[in-house]
Design a protein around this ligand. Structure first.
Ligand SMILES: [Zn+2]
Length: 110
């Protein structure tokens, strides 16, 4: 008997795939993890692997989710980048890049 597949919430992130960003008819399975602990997925249609964070502001970030949330909390409290640098201990360019990516992502969503 085949083990039932768990609920997969991600969608294919390969632009060349027929099922790119399509929920219906997708055929995606979990296939291992990346070294920093992110889940790796595999699309049966285009036969590519991708990371769970692809297509989100977390993609290509060394910061963990909790660190990013922490920085965002300081941001909405109207702390400056240098102020956040002193509070969290992350370099200001790291924070600046993160804010830029967040803004870009927000623009794409809206
Ligand atoms: Zn695909």
């Amino acid at each position: 008997m085949v083990r039932p597949r768990g609920e997969i919430k991600v969608i294919c992130q390969n632009e060349k795939c027929k099922y790119y960003l399509k929920e219906e008819g997708k055929d995606i399975i979990k296939r291992g993890k990346y070294s920093i602990g992110h889940q790796r997925y595999y699309c049966h249609h285009c036969k590519t692997f991708f990371m769970e964070t692809k297509g989100t502001p977390l993609y290509h970030k060394h910061l963990s989710k909790s660190e990013i949330i922490n920085i965002c909390k300081h941001l909405v409290e109207k702390n400056g980048i240098r102020s956040i640098e002193r509070i969290t201990g992350h370099y200001r360019d790291t924070i600046g890049n993160l804010i830029e990516d967040l803004a870009l992502h927000a623009e794409l969503v809206s």
